[in-house]
Write a protein that binds this ligand. Structure first.
Ligand code: ADP
Length: 274
């Protein structure tokens, strides 16, 4: 099986204050995935898509401070904020699935708020059986960063990156691919420093010189949160790669297993280093 995460930075204008889709990227990526599936049967291969919320989630999650503790008196406002955020990301996921379906991909958008619960911002329940059943029947499940009920904070935001890492820990994947808007992980933020260098193989956060979590507006930790999830995953023996989805053909080539430019995140532990 393959898991492909499409970053909110790629599918939306992430820093826009209003939800805005990057239709050029979405269209091209849907075509690339559709082309890949022309020679690969979903029933044999198994592919799961997770996408970020970008400007469909972050502005609302921030406005209603979803994920911060609150007194019961604020429940009415929080509930509306939760509903607004979910409705926005859910609608966005519907549009993504529409583009997939147009390319003959049997996509089924599955709202994480309906199948996931968390405890202090970490996933504590995930209906994986449903996901597995869709994969076994040859569908392409589409999951995304969403709001969920949390048994300590009442409600929170779960990032696409956390969903990807949970799936990769609990199901068996041959490839874990994250597509974002930069070439991979650099020693420092490439959007702020011209001399930033791409790290081809990353083993730990210590490989980075400095860390400002992201230049994009992100309530779930940006690149820093992403790498933390992926290093934890690597230490459990699951390698992943970060690639740039702005470069045409990189996604289809990565899906095919052709070597592409990017960062490989693998464990520094001997037993997994190969
Ligand atoms: P996505 O929405 O695709 O999941 P994020 O916005 O969360 O992606 O993270 C990608 C962003 O992280 C990049 O646009 C980049 O500006 C920022 N970033 C910060 N530090 C680094 C770094 N050391 N290497 C690469 N990107 C970095």
């Amino acid at each position: 099986m393959i898991i492909l995460k499409l970053g909110g930075s790629i599918l939306t204008e992430k820093d826009s204050l209003k939800p805005k889709i990057n239709l050029d990227n979405l269209n091209r990526i849907a075509i690339e995935i559709g082309d890949f599936l022309k020679d690969h049967d979903l029933k044999d291969e198994g592919l799961i898509i997770v996408h970020g919320a970008g400007s469909f989630g972050h502005p609302y999650a921030k406005k209603y401070r979803i994920g911060e503790p609150f007194p019961d008196s604020e429940y009415p406002k929080k509930r509306i904020g939760f509903s607004i955020t979910h409705n926005s990301v859910n609608g966005f996921s519907g549009v993504i699935s529409e583009y997939f379906i147009e390319n003959d991909i049997p996509a089924i958008s599955i709202p994480p708020s309906s199948i996931i619960k968390s405890s202090n911002k970490r996933i504590s329940y995930f209906n994986l059986d449903l996901i597995k059943d869709y994969v076994f029947q040859g569908f392409l499940p589409v999951l995304y960063g969403d709001v969920v009920l949390d048994d300590t904070l009442k409600m929170t935001v779960i990032s696409g990156d956390q969903i990807l890492s949970y799936l990769a820990k609990n199901l068996i994947f041959e490839k874990v691919i994250l597509a974002t808007d930069v070439d991979g992980v650099f020693n420092k933020n490439p959007k702020l420093y011209d001399d930033a260098k791409l790290i081809k193989v990353l083993n730990s956060l210590e490989d980075l010189d400095s860390f400002d979590s992201t230049t994009n507006v992100d309530v779930t930790g940006g690149m820093f949160g992403k790498i933390q999830e992926l290093i934890e995953l690597a230490d459990l023996g699951v390698e992943s790669m970060i690639i740039n989805a702005q470069t045409p053909s990189l996604i289809i080539n990565a899906l095919k297993g052709i070597e592409v430019k990017g960062t490989l995140i693998k464990s520094k532990l001997e037993s997994f280093s190969g």
